[in-house]
Ligand binder design. Structure first.
Ligand SMILES: [Fe+2]
Length: 286
């Protein structure tokens, strides 16, 4: 059975797009099942959902902790003011085959414009009414499936240098950090806004900034599958080299400005990665 509906000819893995889906009817995507998953799963984060748009996602668990147990936060999700983030659900023995099924369906579409879909992961977000997911970027390309409640979702173009500056971009890719990724009020005019209900989906390309606010009436559930392609890795690697050049006091040309220079940087990255990964540092998976 196909869970996702879209015009395949329109899909481009470098560009945002909307789609529809039927995952809100899947037995594994129901709140009671997801609650069981959260309570048995090794990697679950949760924190207060009542946070400003400018909050750094990197430090939110520490700076806006929940004052209740995960069990209580979920049992009372309609009133607990909590954001629950179930991570890497592809590692769960029950959810793993389901995640694979969805990613296999997506892979065919992604391969129309990108190569070699890997780093296959999946995540679930359960949010109390009124909760905010602050402005941030992720290290992957994302298919976001909305399952329950209503959300307002804002999405930005990761190549818009009036939002994502070259320096922020290089820092983000170079150290995998979000400390320079902060919301500013003037970004709002440059966002694409979606009001999403169960059955709505959004594809957003590699590292596209986004922010989400939950409706005030009902708690919500969303599910996302993420991946990286050869093209995504190239963006990461060129920016990583730029970050290194900047540390050396140089002013590197922005990624995407010259195909020739980008290829040269990918060559430098390959040499560094091959040499330095032997020492077990962060070039290993770069
Ligand atoms: Fe995200």
């Amino acid at each position: 059975m196909a869970w996702l509906e879209r015009e395949k000819t329109d899909f481009n893995a470098s560009k945002k797009s909307a789609f529809t889906h039927a995952l809100q009817t899947h037995p594994l995507m129901q709140f009671e099942e997801l609650k069981k998953l959260a309570l048995r799963h090794a990697t679950v984060k949760y924190h207060s959902a009542n946070i400003p748009r400018t909050q750094s996602l990197e430090t939110v668990v520490k700076e806006a902790p929940s004052n209740m147990s995960l069990d209580d936060a979920l049992k009372n999700i309609q009133t607990s003011g909590t954001f629950v983030f179930i991570q890497n659900i592809q590692n769960d023995p029950i959810y793993g085959p389901f995640v694979d099924e969805i990613l296999n369906e997506i892979e065919k579409d992604v391969h129309q414009t990108h190569n070699n879909l890997r780093k296959r992961q999946a995540w679930v977000f359960i949010t109390s009414p009124g909760g905010t997911t602050p402005y941030h970027r992720d290290q992957e390309s994302t298919h976001y499936f909305h399952l329950k409640g209503q959300k307002t979702f804002w999405l930005w173009d990761p190549t818009d240098r009036s939002v994502v500056t070259q320096e922020e971009n290089e820092f983000f890719h170079g150290v995998y950090g979000l400390s320079k990724t902060r919301y500013q009020e003037d970004f709002m005019a440059k966002a694409t806004q979606y009001i999403i209900n169960p059955g709505d989906g959004i594809f957003f390309p590699y590292t596209a900034p986004h922010m989400v606010e939950n409706g005030k009436e009902e708690f919500s559930i969303s599910f996302s599958v993420t991946h990286m392609t050869d093209e995504d890795f190239a963006i990461r690697r060129i920016n990583k080299i730029n970050q290194l050049l900047r540390k050396l006091g140089l002013s590197p040309q922005d990624q995407g400005a010259s195909k020739f220079i980008d290829h040269l940087k990918l060559g430098i990255h390959w040499i560094l990665r091959t040499t330095l990964s032997r020492f077990g540092n962060n070039w290993k998976n770069a």
